[in-house]
Structure formats: structure tokens, C-alpha cells
Design a binder for this molecule. Structure first.
Ligand code: GDD
Length: 315
């Protein structure tokens, strides 16, 4: 059975991917800095902070993985503005520690690095769906850290480590932190419906537009990309995961509000505005479809309904 080491296993995507990987036949070794939650579902758990190079090297040596999925990261753009150093320590040096540990203790492993569509930054201003040949022009410390980490991966790939860099666009679903836009809006609607928040929904920049995917579709893409480990054909080393369609945040908000009977006012909260924000993001995922056959399956409407129901159950 393939042994898969998953970093960031306790995060939003990590928890969902753990189950999906086990269903796909992997023995999952979950690595996280926090204690695993009850029922996390992995076959094994290793406690380790990826900023600790020595501990990570030991963990990789112990795990003896045939595959690695690297999700662990500071992933919240506003946090990266407040703590650029911490963001780089985790996202860049954490990736370097992992790559060194793989080079020393699991050099045959196939590594999937979860980067981000944020790397394209100012390139989105073209208004076109960006593909992997588009020049990266990051616009925030988080995006810059992902470009730096990508370049570390590219160097290890050049030296013979096998793997692929995924650039997922915005992925959403139940259990995501309300630090992110759709979870924040759905949680506030649920709180208002339950009488726990005055009927005013606080928002940031509603004019921005994003390419949204259900987290399950992104997990499906990761599982397809892992199959490239056994491929004898050449495959691209950087691959977008996108729906190919961009929606304004105001449109997503309208769709969420339409799912509620509550009478809700919308108010801009200046705290939710960013020093710089990508106005519009949309991705071309032809390379992914051609390499793996992947296509998104879950309509946004279904994702939003599930998200709102999740928050209704939580509050
Ligand atoms: N978080 C948040 N909260 N964002 C808001 C709000 C709000 O109340 N109101 C409007 N927005 C706008 C943001 O300004 C941004 O333009 C957009 O909604 C999406 O914000 P986020 O959900 O925080 O995501 P992101 O686009 O900054 O980054 C996410 O997607 C990247 C690409 O997949 C994160 O998940 C990154 O980790 C990921 O790499």
C-alpha cells in the first residue's frame, strides 16, 4: 500500500483530503503541529512543526513515505500582511525543511506541493484566464512566499526529486475558517438567523472577483495529480486547479442571502479591506484536464447551500 505523508493534516483541506486519500487506497500518515482531532481518520499521526527542521527530518525518516502532499502553510492573506516573517518562516523555510528531509530520507517519494493561484497577482489584471505560462507577479507577502517556495521545489525537482506544484484557486466548503470570505458570510447569516448577531452582515471588498471551487473538487484534483507518480509520460510541473469562471464577491453574497429568509442589511467594515487586493482572478486548467482528465463536478450553488447548513448547525 502506498504510504502518504500529509503535512497540514489538521487544516481545512487536510481533514477532508485525509479521508479522500484513504478511500483512494493510501496509508495516510498525518503530520500536524496541533493534536489531531478525535476521528481525524488518518492511519498514523506525527506531531511536528514544519519550522523545526530537525523534528521534520525525523518525522520523514519515520514515515518512510512513497508520496508526500504538502499543505501546511499560513494561508490567510491579511495575516501575511500582519506577520510576513512568520508567513515566510512557515511557507518558505517549512518547505525547505521538508524538501531537505525528503532528499535525505525519502528521495524516491513523489511530492505534491499545494501552492496558490495568488502567485499570479498583478498578472490577473489582463482579465484573461491565466495559465501556467503566465508570469507570476505576487501582490502580498503570502503570494510572494508561495512563489519562493515554488522556486525551492523547482530546484529540488531539477536535482531529481519527483513531484508537481499545484496552483489551486479559491476553494471553499464546510469547516473552512470564517477568516475566509464565504465561510465568514455564511457564519454571519447563521448567527443572524439564530438571533445571535444584529441583522447587519459585515463585508470587505465586494467588487473583487474570484474563481471558486468546492474543496472536494480540489481534493479530487490532488488525487488525480498523485497518479502522475506512476506515469511514464512527461507532465507539467506546475498545474492550475480552477473552474475557469470568475464571480464577484457581491454575486456570491447575493446567492448566499437568497438562501436565507432573514432580513439582512449589508455594511462595509473597513477592517476587512486590504492594503492591496487582486481585483479579479480566473484560471485556465486545461493542463490539468489534459494530464489527468479532471473536471470540476460540484455546482457553486450546492457548495453554498452545504456551507450555510454547516454554519446553521454550528451556531
Ligand atoms: N476574508 C474575507 N472576509 N474576504 C472578503 C470579505 C470578508 O469579509 N469581504 C470581501 N472579501 C474579499 C477579499 O478582499 C478577497 O478579494 C476575496 O473576498 C476573497 O478573500 P478570501 O476568502 O480571504 O480569499 P483570498 O482570495 O484572499 O485567498 C484564498 O484563496 C487563495 C487562492 O486559492 C485563500 O484560501 C488562499 O490561501 C488561497 O491561496
Amino acid at each position: 500500500m502506498p504510504r502518504l505523508l500529509l503535512t497540514g493534516a489538521n487544516g481545512f483541506v487536510g481533514k477532508i483530503l485525509t479521508q479522500r486519500l484513504r478511500d483512494a487506497g493510501y496509508h495516510v500518515i498525518a503530520l500536524s503541529s496541533s493534536e489531531p482531532q478525535p476521528g481525524h481518520g488518518a492511519d498514523e499521526h506525527l506531531g511536528c512543526d514544519i519550522r523545526d527542521a530537525q523534528a521534520l527530518a525525523q518525522a520523514v525518516a519515520q514515515a518512510r513515505p512513497s508520496h508526500v502532499v504538502h499543505l501546511a502553510a499560513v494561508s490567510h492573506v491579511p495575516t501575511s500582511f500582519m506577520d510576513p516573517l512568520g508567513t515566510w518562516q512557515t511557507n518558505v523555510m517549512g518547505s525547505m525543511h521538508l524538501l531537505e528531509a525528503i532528499r535525505l530520507h525519502a528521495p524516491q517519494a513523489f511530492v505534491l506541493f499545494s501552492s496558490s493561484s495568488e502567485v499570479y497577482g498583478a498578472a490577473f489584471k489582463s482579465g484573461q484566464a491565466v495559465d501556467e505560462h503566465t508570469l507570476c507577479q505576487p501582490l502580498n507577502p503570502y503570494a510572494a512566499s508561495k512563489v519562493a517556495a515554488e522556486s525551492a521545489f523547482a530546484e529540488y525537482f531539477r536535482q531529481g526529486i519527483k513531484g508537481v506544484i499545484a496552483r489551486p484557486f479559491n476553494h471553499i466548503g464546510a469547516q473552512q475558517s470564517p477568516d475566509f470570505v464565504t465561510a465568514s458570510f455564511a457564519r454571519q447569516i447563521a448567527l443572524i438567523e439564530a438571533g445571535q448577531q444584529e441583522p447587519v452582515l459585515k463585508v470587505g471588498n465586494l467588487e473583487a472577483a474570484r474563481d471558486f471551487l468546492d474543496v472536494q473538487d480540489v481534493c479530487s484534483a490532488y488525487i488525480e495529480l498523485l497518479k502522475l507518480a506512476d506515469s511514464d509520460k512527461d507532465y507539467p510541473r506546475r498545474i492550475n486547479i480552477a473552474s475557469g469562471r470568475s464571480l464577484k464577491i457581491s454575486q456570491v453574497l447575493e446567492q448566499l442571502l437568497a438562501l436565507s429568509k432573514a432580513d439582512i442589511q449589508v455594511a462595509q467594515d473597513p477592517e476587512r479591506l486590504r492594503p492591496s487586493d487582486i481585483p479579479m482572478a480566473v484560471g485556465n486548467s486545461t493542463a490539468l484536464t489534459q494530464s489527468t482528465g479532471w473536471q470540476p463536478q460540484i455546482p457553486l450553488q450546492q457548495t453554498l447551500q452545504e456551507l450555510l447548513d454547516y454554519w446553521r448547525a454550528q451556531v
